[in-house]
Design a protein. Structure first.
Length: 169
């Protein structure tokens, strides 16, 4: 069984995935980390050098490789599920959980780390919330196709861990 965590950047997918891995005994894979380890380049630097389209093609291939994983929680990148092909793959090969957060919480989390996010690099702080709001309008139709939705920030992992343990049985 595979659990795919989907949601906007900074929604906590990686942190939750690591913690849930420890609670459930499942392995944990972060697709952004896999990308950076395999290609030996940071995502921001890759975007600068090769652009969004090249990144999305590789991201798609990395997603396809998860088909052969078992008992794994997979943190996807914020844009990973945002194509019909990718969300269909996720739904066919595992259970998806959307970590939904409101715009203000996301903006607060992203203000301090926006340098590390290629899509936010040139967004002025005063325009950050509107940028997130606009992107969520495009992305949320994909996120909402998830099998389960958890509103974040997720402080109490027990309900999420119990859901996953219930799915395992």
């Amino acid at each position: 069984m595979k659990i795919y965590l989907v949601g906007y950047m900074a929604s906590g997918k990686s942190k939750l995935g690591k913690e849930l891995s420890g609670m459930t005994g499942f392995k944990f894979v972060d697709l952004d980390e896999v990308f950076e380890e395999r290609y030996r380049i940071g995502i921001v630097d890759f975007f600068d050098k090769y652009g969004d389209t090249a990144f999305r093609q590789i991201e798609h291939q990395l997603l396809l490789e998860t088909e052969f994983l078992d008992d794994t929680i997979i943190a996807t990148g914020g844009g990973t599920p945002c194509s019909e092909e990718n969300i269909r793959f996720i739904k066919k090969h595992g259970v998806s959980i959307y970590i939904r957060m409101d715009v203000a919480d996301l903006a607060n989390r992203l203000k301090s780390v926006k340098r590390k996010r290629p899509l936010l690099k040139n967004v002025p702080v005063e325009e950050l919330e509107q940028f997130i709001r606009n992107q969520l309008e495009e992305r949320e139709p994909y996120y909402l196709q998830a099998d389960h939705i958890f509103d974040g920030p997720v402080d109490d992992l027990e309900p999420l861990a119990n859901l996953i343990k219930g799915l395992i049985r």
